[in-house]
Design a binder for this molecule. Structure first.
Ligand code: TMP
Ligand code: ASP
Length: 254
């Protein structure tokens, strides 16, 4: 499958049309932004790390019965996916207080939450992606009640799977952001799952191994991304490759 025209350029990816109207190619960039694009930079190797980690995660989720836009990895930083109509809601799932939740609730970063918290944000750069609730979503008409319920359930299911997956790589899944879209009416997980969109801390040292190193100028940004890829790829070597779900104590969807 080859790239045709550039149809969209985001902060971290370019999206190209292909000869098939149903499929697009995402090219993952090394560009990094934070705080609604106010902070800009480059993280060498990020495109490759994020494409490879996202591919591994999407494959695992598909095996567990979560429908995603993923078709195949075409190169180190290019992914073939279904072409979706993106829903303008970002779904954040949290296990441990950090970032904006720690601020909002006055919690110290690192406090484990009693239950996972699911939040919705309005995907709107001009407004700075504000936190919204079910009623706001109904008012804006950006997702149906049924889609909202599905996105919440999928978010929690993805959390159950990824908590185990990252834990087996010695990483704590603190929180993450998901995006969804529809293809011929079917709801699919979209975008990427990577150190750009997840907070991942080393289980033993609690060292941050994600985009917070860039956001907060913590140094060793490239090294953190490479470390996460190394740990995820080392899972692909042993029994994980053959029966990843069984290895994580999860069941495949019938
Ligand atoms: P927050 O604590 O800043 O609200 O972030 C929650 C999670 O969402 C965290 O894992 C980082 C991710 N995230 C994105 O993927 N994109 C964004 O624009 C923001 C603000 C957060
Ligand atoms: N999406 C954010 C931006 O540039 C980046 C982030 O904090 O993850 O604006």
């Amino acid at each position: 499958m080859k790239k045709e025209t550039l149809i969209y350029e985001g902060k971290a990816k370019k999206v190209y049309s292909t000869p098939s109207p149903d499929l697009v190619i995402h090219e993952f960039k090394n560009d990094a932004t934070a705080f609604d694009g106010q902070k800009k930079g480059t993280i060498e190797g990020k495109g490759t790390v994020n494409a490879k980690i996202s591919a591994a995660v999407f494959k695992l989720l598909e095996d567990a019965g979560v429908t995603t836009h993923f078709k195949e990895l075409l190169s180190d930083n290019e992914m073939l996916t279904y072409r979706l109509d993106i829903i303008l809601v970002e779904v954040v799932v949290r296990n441990i207080a950090a970032g904006s939740l720690a601020k909002r609730l006055g919690y110290p970063e690192g406090r484990h939450l009693k239950e996972p918290i699911v939040e919705f944000y309005y995907k709107n750069d001009e407004l700075g992606d504000p936190l919204i609730n079910d009623d706001h979503i109904a008012e804006l008409g950006i997702a149906s009640k049924e889609q909202l319920a599905q996105m919440r359930a999928m978010g929690l299911k993805v959390n159950d799977i990824l908590k185990k997956f990252f834990d087996s790589s010695g990483l704590l899944l603190v929180d993450f952001k998901l995006e969804f879209g529809t293809h011929n009416g079917a709801l699919m997980l979209a975008d990427e799952v990577s150190p750009d969109t997840c907070r991942l801390w080393d289980k033993e040292t609690l060292e941050k191994l994600d985009k917070d190193r860039f956001r907060r100028d913590l140094g060793k940004v490239e090294e953190a991304y490479q470390e996460v890829l190394k740990r995820v790829e080392s899972k692909g070597q042993g029994s994980m490759e053959k029966e990843p779900l069984k290895e994580l104590g999860l069941k495949a969807e019938e």
